[in-house]
Unconditional design. Sequence first.
Length: 60
Amino acid sequence: MNWRLIHFAMPTIDYVVAHELAHLREMNHSPRFWDVVRSVLPDYERSRGVLKDDVLPVFE
Ligand SMILES: [Zn+2]
């Protein structure tokens, strides 16, 4: 693992964690769900661009 991969991975991991935490509050992808994500990670949209939502585990 080189520094470039670490640089890429950290915001992505933050986004995945924030996303999964938000699903504990909202078991869907409604606007309220994204409000929860934003409350945890205000710049989540930047990290979200790296990962497509459908590669994440889904609860719904
Ligand atoms: Zn989700």
